[in-house]
Design a protein around this ligand. Structure first.
Ligand SMILES: Cc1cc2nc3c(=O)[nH]c(=O)nc-3n(C[C@H](O)[C@H](O)[C@H](O)COP(=O)(O)OP(=O)(O)OC[C@H]3O[C@@H](n4cnc5c(N)ncnc54)[C@H](O)[C@@H]3O)c2cc1C
Length: 387
């Protein structure tokens, strides 16, 4: 006998799990979201919030999926803000990418035409311009020796602000239960049942596994249950460190991006600097010299950051699925178990669309049962788990 009954259990209260719960609630089904610690305890509780498009050249279905997601996110956020009175710190700031070398300028110039074709939306679109000179005094002169790209599609959001907005929205919807401090200990993927750490069992028609990096060992453990031959690990974690500085930059400033370094002015004050990318690390959640090196690199790029007090240092683990793309959809061996992880470095811009595809696939709640959101084949679970 189950202690609780619901239509859907979502495991994990990060950006993926919250969007999944929201789409389920919109479809009118009962949903329990079980989070081991607290909402935002994982990678989603960070401080960077870049919503960065792929480059507009070499277009493919993955780039189109991300583009559609980035374009639609603002409407999603504004709708929830209007309903709750909260603010998620979203702004389509665009992005400036310095061009230090002539060949980079050549490449960027070719991409202008690609953006005109591929970054169209409705009657308009988003430009990818090549500037002869970056705004005065922003970058070190040598990094903008050949101008800068100005991309008008990129945006930023406060990660914690968006989590808070999603949570508040969910709390106002019928049929939603959020359980914090409730780790899922076991999943029975055949029955769609989970058992929580305190022994309470929750019976549901379906389970969405959105536990970030912790999803992978759970997925790997289930392969044995299905009698499947041993597979390689379904994913890995990549550590990232970031910081927030007290420095007076205009919050309307574009994201400044060069060679893996992001400088993002946020509305709530403070400038976020990200991020390291570490496959080998001793402690997932501590910050160290690699963050100091990143901050030094950021100062070289943007001299006005020099000497700014550090408000916060933060580290987390990004989920990277084996196929490197996001992993979403029903598990090939267990149709009641749905995977929603592997967003790696771009989760915040696409989670709403990934989660919508997963929930639509479960409940077929769209008109005529036709899915509005179709996942690129390489995102689907079977393409990852076949590797
Ligand atoms: C330094 C850094 C900078 C980043 N910058 C950006 C950026 O600018 N833009 C961007 O889009 N992305 C960025 N990312 C990546 C992004 O943060 C992640 O891809 C995203 O947060 C992953 O979300 P998630 O919901 O899949 O996982 P998580 O946020 O990790 O959520 C998983 C949740 O599941 C819970 N959980 C785990 N096991 C269980 C269990 N057994 N039972 C119940 N709950 C469980 C965890 O406590 C956690 O809260 C960055 C990441 C890092 C580390």
């Amino acid at each position: 006998m189950a202690d609780m009954k619901t239509d859907l259990v979502v495991i994990g209260g990060g950006i993926m799990g919250l969007w999944a719960a929201l789409h389920a609630a919109r479809a009118g089904v009962k949903v329990v979201l079980a989070e081991r610690a607290a909402i935002g305890a994982g990678a989603s509780g960070g401080l960077l919030g870049a919503l960065m498009p792929h480059t507009p050249d070499r277009w493919n279905d993955k780039k189109q999926f991300q583009f559609d997601a980035l374009v639609s996110l603002e409407g999603e956020i504004r709708g929830m803000e209007a309903a709750t009175g909260l603010y998620a710190g979203y702004r389509r700031t665009g992005r400036l990418i310095p061009l230090a070398k002539p060949h980079l300028r050549e490449i960027a110039l070719r991409q202008v035409a690609d953006a005109a074709v591929n970054w169209r939306s409705g009657a308009g679109g988003f430009a990818w311009r090549v500037l002869d000179a970056a705004p005065e005094g922003l970058f070190s002169p040598d990094v903008v020796a050949h101008g800068a790209v100005s991309d008008q599609l990129a945006a930023r959001v406060s990660p914690r602000g968006l989590l808070h907005l999603l949570r508040s929205t969910l709390e106002g919807m019928p049929g939603v239960t959020i359980l914090e401090g409730c780790a899922v200990r076991t999943i029975d993927p055949r029955q769609g049942r989970v058992v929580l750490a305190d022994g309470i069992s929750v019976e549901a028609g379906h389970v969405v596994l959105a536990a970030g990096v912790d999803s992978f060992p759970m997925i790997d453990g289930l392969a044995a249950l299905a009698g499947a031959a041993a597979r390689p690990p379904s994913g890995a974690s990549v550590k990232g460190q970031a910081a927030r500085l007290a420095v007076d930059l205009d919050p309307a400033l574009p994201i400044l991006y060069s060679d893996g370094v992001y400088v993002i002015a946020h509305d709530a004050g403070g400038v976020a600097i990200g991020s390291t990318s570490e496959v080998d690390y001793a402690d997932p959640f501590s910050t160290d010299r690699r963050l100091d090196d990143l901050l030094a690199k950021a100062e070289t790029l943007v001299p006005s950051l020099a000497g700014a007090p550090v408000l916060e240092r933060w580290a987390g683990l990004r989920p990277r699925a084996i196929g490197r793309d996001p992993m979403a959809g029903p598990h090939p061996d267990y149709p009641r178990l749905h995977l929603l992880t592997g967003g790696f470095k771009i989760s915040f811009g696409i989670a709403h669309r990934l989660a919508q595809a997963v929930v639509e696939g479960i409940f077929e709640h769209t008109l005529d049962g036709v899915q509005a959101i179709v996942l690129p084949p390489s995102f689907r679970t079977e393409s990852h788990l076949a590797l």
